[in-house]
Every structure is written in structure tokens, then in C-alpha cells.
Design a protein around this ligand. Structure first.
Ligand code: FAD
Ligand code: PHB
Length: 393
């Protein structure tokens, strides 16, 4: 058994784990990142694409935003489509000048991995049988197998950044966490296509056949989604059927969606989930390990990075001065933002998706709500400030 001493053991090399490792390294705190997948897999996993201004600022100030600022596309508005018409929500005008940046999570992950490896800091991909132990003590452990050897990390704290299906949250004894969740009776079928986006801004479309979203990754790549069943069989969706359905749901008179080669496709189920507190002893949960939102509000990645910003500050303070105030407040501080994002994501999801059992009353409420947010300055401002990310919650 190889034993290594480190200050922070980080489980998971997604956006949360990699950003935390980077922020800590900038403040002279050492960590080891342990990831069970390969580097190629982690770098190719297509997920989120909308980054809030505040998160762009965090990454830039930490020296991790150079390519993000150079290649990310700044957007100042989004469009909501219903009854065959599009209505623009001028985000920046309504939310104090703040904007969003379109930059793929895959690209951010690649940037963070490169920074970590260039700094010569430990990042162990393809670690097997990862487990965490002695969480209630001052010396929690991470154990795993790596390149044929048994490894043990002797840590001051462990950061559980291993996503919703990771091992950290389930390692907390039963009865400690309170869990809150909601399942939705639908999912998203998402594609990445080699075609220039057909609209300058994102389009969230309400349609009688179900929700559709037009998004993008760059000037040459479109990212598009269709509401589907949570267990939708992709084999039933040849490329032609996907494009036809997108044309129907996103279509408006005088406009046609440009089609291209489909580079990637997948189905994502949708759920809302929060566990409280986001801490057990010397284990701190971050990002999807502690909470999930349906993607309609584009909040998942942003919340994960807000968590690690709070955790990094608290850890730096603790290692420097021994004060536990920040660590003790970690969970409550994060949960305030988490619940705001939970509500916003649920609200956007309910407003835009068609439920199988939807009766005409629900449909009338959705349309009324859509009309309200696209005509009332107050309602549009509320959507905008949540979408670009609230400064204080
Ligand atoms: P993750 O990105 O899940 O990273 C966790 C990491 O831990 C992964 O690398 C995983 O391999 C690793 N890991 C897991 N188990 C172990 C283990 N036992 N040992 C070691 N490592 C482990 N958000 C949006 O805003 N828009 C979207 O379109 C969108 N699409 C999504 C599609 C899918 C399929 C999923 C799952 C999420 C999507 N999200 C989306 C949400 C967003 O991508 C997440 O909120 C974000 O990835 C959270 O980052 P994270 O670092 O907390 O978790
Ligand atoms: C994306 O581009 O992947 C995306 C954009 C906005 C969302 C969800 C996903 O609300």
C-alpha cells in the first residue's frame, strides 16, 4: 500500500473537482485529484454550455479563463418561443449589464486539466475502487487502486466532487442527510451538429409536441435539444427524424433551421435533488454530488463552480489561521444559492415542457406565464437576473 499525505483529497475530475484543485493550488494548498474515468472520456463528455458572468470572472481571476475569454461567445439575450412567435428577453439590459458566455463544459474541463498537468500537480485518471473512510475524524482517507498499486491518501479534508452517481454522498451514514427531490416525466434528447447556429441567441421553444432548445457551442457547431421520454430509445431516432422534429418544434414562418452532420447524440433524464447539509465531518460535497437541477435553467455547471469558490475560500482561511467559521458556514452559504437555482430551474421547466397528463388548464397557465414574462418588465427582469446569476442570494 502506497501512502501519500495531502491537505485536500479531491474525488472527481469534473468541473467542480478540477476548479477546486486549481483554486487551492493558487493559494499554496496541495491536493490530489482522483478520477475513475480516463482523461479522454472526461474531455469528451458533452454537457453544459452556458456560463454565468460571475463564474467567468472567477475563472479569469484565477488564471483559468484565458481561452474561455478568447473563444467564448458573449450573449446578451435569449429568446422564448410560443404560439409560433419569438420574444426576446434582453438579459443584460434587465440584469445590470451582466451577460452569459457560451463555452462548452468539455472545453473548460480540457483547460483545467492542462493547467493542472502543466503545474506538475497530481491528477490520477482511471483510479479503480475509490472509497472514502474515517470521515468524522481529523484524518479522513481516500483509498483506490492506481496503475496496479493500492493507494491511500491521508488528508485533512476530502472534497466529494464526484457527481450525482459518485461514492462520496453514499458513504455518509444513513440518517445524517435530509434529501429533497422531484422526478420529471420527461428527458432531453440532445445533439451536437456540425452546422452554424441558425439563430444568434438561444431559443427556448414551447410547442404542443414538446419543448425544444436551440443552443450552440461555437460559430460552427449547433447544440439542439428535444423534450422526449426519460427512457427514450435513441435507436428510434435516426438523424432524419431528429431534424424533422426540430424543424417542427422550432419552426416559425420565414425561418428554417440549418441542418448538418450529427456528431453526438444522447438522452438525459431530468430531476431536481438536494441533500442537506452538504457536509459530514471532514467530507464536503460539491456540485452534482450534492444537488441536481433540470437543465432548463442552465444552472448545473454554474452551481458546481459557486460551491467550490465558497469551499476554496473557507479552506484557505482554515489552513492559514485555523478558523473554522467559513467551513462551518459552507453548507448554509451554498444551499441559499442552490435553492434559488432549484426554484428557477423547476419554474423554467414547468413553464416550457409538455407533460403527458397535461390538461388544458395547465397549458393555459403556461401560455399565460410565457405572455407575462415576455410583456411585463418586472417578470422579464426576474427571469433575467436568475438566468445570468444573482450576485447575492
Ligand atoms: P460531474 O461533471 O458529474 O463530475 C464528477 C466527476 O467525478 C466525473 O468526472 C466522474 O467521472 C467522477 N466520478 C464519479 N464517480 C467517481 C468515483 N467513484 N471515483 C472517482 N471519480 C468519480 N447542465 C447544464 O447547465 N446544461 C446541460 O446541457 C447539461 N447537460 C447535462 C447532461 C448530463 C448527462 C449530465 C449528467 C449533466 C448535465 N448538466 C447540464 C449538468 C452539468 O453538466 C453538471 O451540473 C456539472 O457537470 C457538474 O459538475 P460536477 O463537477 O459537480 O460533476
Ligand atoms: C446547452 O447549450 O447545452 C444548454 C443551453 C441552455 C440550457 C441547457 C443546455 O438551458
Amino acid at each position: 500500500m502506497n501512502r501519500t499525505r495531502t491537505q485536500v483529497g479531491i474525488v472527481g475530475a469534473g468541473p467542480a473537482g478540477l476548479t477546486l484543485a486549481h483554486l487551492l493550488h493558487r493559494d499554496g494548498i496541495d491536493s490530489v485529484v482522483v478520477e475513475d474515468k480516463s482523461r479522454e472520456y472526461v474531455e469528451a463528455r458533452v454537457r453544459a454550455g452556458v456560463i454565468e458572468q460571475g463564474i467567468v470572472d472567477l475563472l479569469t481571476e484565477a488564471g483559468a479563463g484565458e481561452r474561455l475569454v478568447r473563444e467564448g461567445l458573449v450573449h446578451h439575450g435569449i429568446e422564448l418561443q410560443f404560439d409560433g412567435e419569438r420574444h426576446r428577453i434582453p438579459l443584460s439590459e434587465l440584469a445590470g449589464g451582466r451577460a452569459i458566455v457560451i463555452y462548452g463544459q468539455t472545453e473548460l474541463v480540457k483547460d483545467l486539466i492542462r493547467l493542472r498537468l502543466d503545474a506538475g500537480q497530481p491528477l490520477h485518471f482511471e483510479a479503480a475502487d475509490v472509497s472514502v473512510h474515517d470521515l468524522e475524524t481529523e484524518r479522513p482517507l481516500v483509498r483506490y487502486r492506481y496503475e496496479g498499486s493500492d493507494e491511500e491518501l491521508d488528508c485533512d479534508v476530502i472534497a466529494g466532487c464526484d457527481g450525482f452517481h459518485g461514492i462520496c454522498r453514499p458513504s455518509i451514514p444513513a440518517g445524517v442527510l435530509s434529501e429533497f427531490s422531484r422526478e420529471y416525466p420527461f428527458g432531453w434528447l440532445g445533439i451536437l451538429a456540425a452546422v452554424a447556429p441558425s439563430n444568434d441567441e438561444l431559443v427556448y421553444a414551447h410547442h404542443e409536441r414538446g419543448f425544444a432548445l436551440l443552443s450552440l457551442r461555437s460559430r460552427e457547431r449547433s447544440r439542439l435539444y428535444l423534450q422526449c421520454r426519460p427512457d427514450e430509445d435513441l435507436a428510434k431516432w435516426p438523424d432524419d427524424r431528429i431534424w424533422e422534429e426540430l424543424q417542427t418544434r422550432l419552426g416559425i414562418p420565414g425561418w428554417r433551421l440549418a441542418e448538418g452532420a450529427i456528431l453526438e447524440k444522447g438522452v438525459t433524464g431530468m430531476r431536481s435533488y438536494v441533500c442537506e447539509p452538504m457536509r459530514y465531518g471532514h467530507l464536503f460535497l460539491t456540485g452534482d454530488a450534492a444537488h441536481i437541477v433540470p437543465p432548463t435553467g442552465a444552472k448545473g455547471l454554474n452551481l458546481a463552480l459557486h460551491d467550490v469558490e465558497v469551499l476554496a475560500d473557507a479552506l484557505v482561511e482554515w489552513f492559514r489561521s485555523g478558523t473554522t467559521i467559513g467551513l462551518d458556514q459552507y453548507s448554509d452559504t451554498c444551499l441559499r444559492r442552490v435553492w434559488r437555482a432549484e426554484h428557477f430551474s423547476w419554474w423554467m421547466t414547468r413553464m416550457l415542457h409538455r407533460a403527458d397528463d397535461e390538461d388544458s388548464f395547465d397549458l393555459k397557465l403556461q401560455l399565460s406565464q410565457l405572455r407575462y414574462v415576455t410583456t411585463s418588465h418586472a417578470a422579464a427582469t426576474s427571469l433575467a437576473e436568475n438566468y445570468v446569476g444573482l450576485e447575492t442570494v
